[in-house]
Design a protein. Structure first.
Length: 248
């Protein structure tokens, strides 16, 4: 057995037992235990970690903890440029695609509203979420820290807020999504692209009063629903603008 000193920073402390938060503490480790194993044994999912520094030098998840090591663990940096250091994953995902677990159906709809491809099914078992995330290079969104500890999940986000609109703001801030938002491009129900259709093709898929007041419509080719810029659309527009900012 070896003993190392650990210190976790910023929001990573939320995952720790209260006596270990915001302070350095000693921990007994199995010989040859890796940094990833110890970080997760202490309660922190590896997907929440951006940088590990041992005795002043950055290391990867596979580093074998040695007796007397001082291990500092950091979350994603928003203001500090750490490119000269070693991040614990090779590259960020080129396209922001998500898969949300069963507790985040409201957030999934709002991310689709903002234009982000987001898979959601409240019957997905954890194994399917893990498989789809790896196969389609998706970021896992969850309130289950054990899900984020699964080996093949490389990109994930533990969502702390409880209500969908607050969750949307949290994810936008943590993952810096504002510049990538393309609102009203996806169906909130199907996650499929929306396309504009002429008024003459709407038929009975919209009430007569809507047809009389509106001229622009879009449809989803999967579920067949038709959408228009009514009061609900305006409220959703205000929400997206408040999170991402109006187009310049």
């Amino acid at each position: 057995m070896v003993t190392a000193t650990f210190r976790f920073y910023e929001e990573l402390n939320d995952f720790l037992a209260r006596p270990q938060r915001r302070r350095a503490f000693s921990c007994v480790c199995a010989r040859d235990a890796t940094a990833k194993h110890m970080i997760e044994a202490l309660g922190v999912p590896h997907t929440e970690v951006e940088l590990i520094v041992v005795n002043g030098e950055s290391v990867g998840f596979d580093y074998a903890v040695q007796d007397g090591d001082r291990v500092a663990v950091y979350p994603k940096f928003e203001a500090l440029d750490i490119r000269p250091l070693l991040r614990v994953r090779d590259q960020p995902l080129r396209v922001m695609r998500f898969i949300a677990d069963a507790h985040l159906g409201g957030l999934a709809q709002l991310l689709r509203l903002a234009g982000f491809d987001t898979l959601y099914d409240n019957h997905y078992p954890d194994a399917d979420i893990e498989m789809l995330a790896a196969r389609e290079q998706r970021i896992v969104l969850t309130r289950d820290r054990e899900l984020l500890k699964r080996r093949t999940i490389t990109h994930g986000c533990y969502v702390r807020q409880l209500k969908p609109e607050a969750q949307l703001r949290e994810v936008f801030a943590r993952l810096d999504l504002a510049g990538s938002a393309q609102p009203f491009k996806l169906c909130l129900t199907c996650n499929a692209p929306l396309r504009r259709i002429p008024k003459s093709e709407v038929g009975d898929r919209a009430p007569d009063g809507v047809l009389a007041r509106h001229t622009q419509f879009v449809t989803c080719d999967v579920c067949g629903r038709v959408f228009w810029e009514g009061t609900h659309w305006k409220r959703m527009r205000e929400l997206v603008d408040s999170v991402a900012g109006p187009p310049g």
